[in-house]
Design a protein around this ligand. Sequence first.
Ligand code: PRP
Ligand code: URA
Length: 209
Amino acid sequence: MSQRLIVVDHPVLADRIAVLRDRDTSHGEFRQALFEASAILAVEAARELPVVEVDVETPLEATTGHRLPDEIAVVPVLRAGLGMVEGFLRLMPNARVGHLGMYRDEEALSPVDYYERFPPRLGDAHVFVVDPMLATGGSAVHALDRLKRAGARRLALVCLVAAPEGLAAVEAEHPDVPVWTAAVDRELDERGYIRPGLGDAGDRVFGTG
Ligand code: PRP
Ligand code: URA
C-alpha cells in the first residue's frame, strides 16, 4: 500500500499560509490564521467521511438530507496541534477531542511522551490527528502508533506544512493513513526545522518564543 498525500490547493488557504510563514506575524494573528487554515483543511479532509442519510421536513415538504457520522474524533499533538482544534470543531461540533502530549527532544529529534487521553470507542471513530508541522515525522509516526495501539482504525493525519522527510517516514510506518497538508516544503535543516517552514509552531501559537 502506498501513501495517499493530498496537498490542498486553495487561494484562501495559500493566503493564510503566507501569513503563518511571515516572521512579523504576531502570536494573536498567527492563532487566527491557524484557526482559519485549519477550518479549510477540515472541510477538505472531511470530504471522505461517510454521510448518514436522514429524513428532513423543510417548511414545505419532506426530503432527505445527509449528516456527518456520529463518531468523529480530533486528536491534536500538543502543543501546536491545539491551535488546529477549533477550526475542526466549528465545522464538526459533535466531534470528540483526544489529547496526545509529546515534545521533540531537540538533540535527538525524537518524540518524548508526557500525556495521553483518548475518547471512548476510538475503534468506531473517524480520527483526525492534527499537528501543523510534519518535520522528521517522528512525532506523527509515534502519535499514529499510540492511536492504533489504543484501537483507532480510521485515521487521517492533517498538517499545514510537511517536509519530504516526514512524509517518507509516515509512508514507511503508516502507509494506510492519508496525509492532508497545505504545503510540502523543500527540506529539513541541520536542526530538524522545515525550510522555508514557519519556525517553531508551538512557540508561535502560544507566544512562548
Ligand atoms: C513540533 C510540531 C510537531 C513536531 C514535528 O512540536 O508541532 O509535533 O515538532 O517534528 P518532528 O516531525 O520532527 O517530530 P514540538 O516538539 O516543537 O513541541 P511543541 O508543539 O510543544 O512546541
Ligand atoms: N517543529 C516545528 O515547530 N517547526 C519545525 O520547522 C520543525 C519542527
